[in-house]
Design a protein around this ligand. Structure first.
Ligand code: HEM
Length: 222
């Protein structure tokens, strides 16, 4: 391992970069090892951990899931009941989705309680709102994918709610459904948004979020 690292370091001069990351000092008020109440400053990191777990389990689920009305339910059934560790991986992905929403809200509450959304971190707050919407988008689109009765009707109700938005509602609902009813096109669209569009958005906005956290440092204690 160290020989591979030396090979890469000789050519890419990685050491200063890694040193910069590893030597970064976490201030005492945000370090749970020094201040127990600083645990609330770990909520953002816990969000990241859950999201990484979601990506890992999601990639495994993709190997067996087929986004078509004929195969989606059977595929999920196979993953759940026949595939080795399939139920476990799917379980982690499902519980992880709820845990991500809960943790993102707790992280937001910490940011509000410590006033960290104020100048100079307004931009990072706005990026955070996009991240929140992205996480909720993952939940909304993922819920349809098992293609069972609950998924079908929950999505029908959800898209009808979108339809009631003034001015753009009809257009948005038609774009989501791909027709007048939830059907094959809806399933394909939700799948593509779930596995391509939203992950791309997540990566871009997480990079911006962490860049700003590092540039600005953690906000000072109250
Ligand atoms: C996808 C979910 C998110 C992840 C993975 C994430 C991750 C993080 C991490 C690791 C930090 C460093 C400090 C900490 O952990 O508390 C942080 C800080 C911050 N986050 Fe998030 N975040 C997410 C969503 C949000 C949301 C929804 C908001 C608000 C709308 C937000 C606003 C902020 C702000 C303003 C800071 C700077 C706080 C400070 O300097 O004290 N984040 N985020």
């Amino acid at each position: 391992m160290s020989r591979i690292y030396k090979f890469l370091d000789d050519r890419l001069n990685l050491s200063p970069l890694l040193k910069e990351i590893a030597d970064h000092q976490v201030p005492d008020h945000a370090n749970p090892l020094k201040t127990p109440t600083a645990l609330i400053y770990c909520f953002g990191g816990i969000c990241l951990f859950i999201l990484l777990l979601q990506i890992l389990t999601g990639v495994f689920l993709m190997l067996y899931y087929v986004p078509s009305p004929d195969n989606a339910y059977a595929g999920v059934n196979y993953i759940q009941n026949e595939l080795a560790f399939g139920g476990l991986v799917r379980g982690i992905h499902r519980v992880g989705a709820s845990a991500a929403v809960v943790m993102v809200f707790l992280h937001m509450m910490r940011v509000v309680l410590t006033g960290s959304y104020k100048n100079p971190r307004e931009l990072n707050w706005i990026v955070g709102i996009v991240l929140l919407l992205t996480v909720m988008g993952f939940c909304f689109t993922g819920y349809l994918l098992p293609w069972d009765q609950k998924a079908y009707w929950a999505t029908t109700v959800g898209v009808n709610m979108v339809e009631s938005i003034p001015l753009v509602g009809n257009f948005l609902a038609a774009a989501l459904r791909g027709g007048s009813e939830v059907g094959m096109l809806t399933l394909v669209r939700f799948y593509v948004v779930h596995v391509m569009f939203l992950p791309a958005l997540l990566v871009i906005f997480l990079a911006a979020h962490f860049f700003m956290v590092r540039r600005q440092g953690i906000s000072r204690p109250l």
